[in-house]
Design a protein around this ligand. Structure first.
Ligand code: LLP
Length: 479
């Protein structure tokens, strides 16, 4: 029978060796994690179970419960190192990778990427707090968002973060703040960048395109001269410009083009408005492989392409190379994590389909219902069984659209089997909800045969933590 599983297993056997965090094999180093369906350390062990980071996934579920996010530390560190090393190899100027923490903001992920020398892109006070508590230097934290509150702006400025200014309202608020504080002895001009809409289209889901002109993010190109004139008159310390064109992008061309678009504005700012920019941030967006047919470029090819685009554009314009920043999220963390679920019942609708249900769904992975995203999965406790059925994996939420995977080939399953969905590191936990009052799952990090909890499982009591019952309603309660 031709099946999906043997190709996964073959990939596992042919490219992935057991390894330790300290002593990585060169074959692991050279694989670009964003091009893999499985985390780099995934193997099938002698019990015919899926093993990640030297830990048997079935045992992890027994120990930590289900559903469970399992993060492979080797994969995440390898992705960070590949971004960093590719810049060192392909870009002559200074460079800095910022992790777009919206993909998964939690202390452990921020601490791992921070320890690899990456900075962090944040979009809320919560993400700032997480990055700071994880030990990331505020000088490496860049604060985005199209409606930052006054409170968030003050928090970011007091912490020493750089603000990526999105619009006039924010620019004027910051200029006013800088003006008010400029006489104080301790005054530090707010360090800002300007987010511009580059007018570059790319092929991805329309909800996650951001670089086209009709976008809620960034200053419109028509306003740029007025913005530069305003900034030149202010006490703001504007260090450069930023653009982000979208997410889950497989083409290289749009990212190659960014340099050419941005350099004109870089030059204009200097020549006409005396603004001495030093930083250029070209955003994130490199895609990952969720299913076999996905074919994203490698991390190194992406960095090589953006570096060449920027280098050529700045040389042609006669400008010195800027400090080049990029802010990947999905391609750093997406393929490094899987979600393990416990299979419950099944339902066969004759001649139509068989539903297999799991103990999670759209609350821990809202991407299928939101973007019709596709995923791959295996049954972790029977990795070599033949794939004898085509089934649809249904979540447990009260919503017909709560389908995690449509028409996937799996072995015969029974209640209690462990289903593992790949590629759940990005925009899963960070977009998780408590819909139907399901507690959010736990997350563990694995490596060298050890596992550690990085996010505790929510309890039933946690779900009531923020609820308040007014006095006058107490008569209706029994407890
Ligand atoms: N920088 C900015 C300004 C962004 O808005 C984003 C993503 C990134 C960087 C990181 O992009 P990445 O490298 O992860 O593609 N929830 C959607 C994705 C939304 C992306 C939002 N912005 C999803 O699940 O596909």
């Amino acid at each position: 029978m031709t099946t999906v599983l043997p190709s996964l297993r073959q990939e596992t056997n042919s490219t992935i060796q057991p390894n330790s965090l300290q002593n990585k094999t060169s074959s692991l180093d050279s694989l670009s994690p964003n091009q893999q369906l499985l985390p780099l350390t995934a193997i099938v062990n002698s019990k015919d179970h899926l093993e990640i980071g030297g830990c048997d996934v079935v045992d992890l579920v027994s120990q930590y419960g289900s559903p469970l996010y399992i993060l492979d530390e080797v994969s995440l560190r390898t992705a960070c190192q590949q971004y960093r090393d590719a810049f060192a190899k392909h870009y002559q100027g200074q460079a800095q990778v910022l992790y777009a923490s919206k993909a998964w903001s939690c202390l452990a992920v921020c601490a791992i990427v921070g320890s690899e020398g990456l900075g962090i892109d944040v979009v809320s006070a919560g993400e700032i707090l997480t990055a700071l508590r994880a030990g990331v230097s505020p000088s490496l934290i860049y604060f985005h968002g199209n409606n930052k509150s006054a409170d968030e702006l003050s928090y970011a400025l007091e912490s020493g973060c750089t603000i990526v200014v999105d619009n006039w309202h924010e620019l004027k608020t910051l200029a006013h703040l800088a003006q008010e504080q400029s006489l104080e002895v301790s005054f530090n001009a707010p360090r800002i960048m300007l987010r511009l809409t580059p007018g570059i289209e790319c092929h991805t889901h329309e909800y996650i395109q951001t670089g086209h002109i009709d976008s809620k993010f960034g200053f419109d190109p028509n306003e740029i001269e007025a913005v530069f004139a305003f900034v030149a008159e202010s006490s703001l310390n504007c260090v450069g410009i930023h653009a982000h064109i979208g997410s889950q992008i497989f083409e290289l061309q749009p990212h190659q083009d960014i340099g050419g678009v941005m350099v004109q504005w870089f030059k204009l700012a200097g020549d006409k408005y005396g603004l001495k920019f030093s930083e250029l941030n070209i955003g994130g967006g490199l895609g990952i492989r969720y299913v076999e047919s996905d074919d994203p470029p490698s991390i190194e090819d992406w960095i090589k392409t953006v570096s060449a685009g920027v280098t050529d554009a700045f040389a042609t314009a006669g400008l010195a190379l800027p400090k080049l920043l990029c802010e990947p999220g999905r391609s750093l963390v997406g393929a490094t994590c899987v979600t393990a679920y416990t299979i419950g019942g099944s339902k066969t609708v004759p001649d139509i389909r068989t539903y297999i249900t799991v103990d999670g769904g759209m609350s821990d992975n809202p991407r299928p219902i939101t973007y019709q995203s596709k995923y791959r999965a295996v049954v972790a406790n029977q990795m070599s069984s033949s794939l004898s059925q085509t089934v649809t994996i249904a979540g447990k939420h009260c919503e017909s659209g709560d389908i995690l995977i449509k028409d996937i080939q799996l072995p015969e399953t029974k209640a209690g089997d462990i289903l593992v969905v790949f590629g759940t590191g990005a925009y899963n936990y960070s977009m998780a909800s408590n819909y139907n009052r399901l507690p959010k799952p736990a997350a563990v990090v694995v490596g060298s045969g050890e596992s550690s909890l990085i996010i505790k499982r929510e309890t039933r009591e946690d779900l009531l933590r923020q609820d308040c019952l007014p006095e006058r309603l107490h008569q209706f309660t029994k407890v």
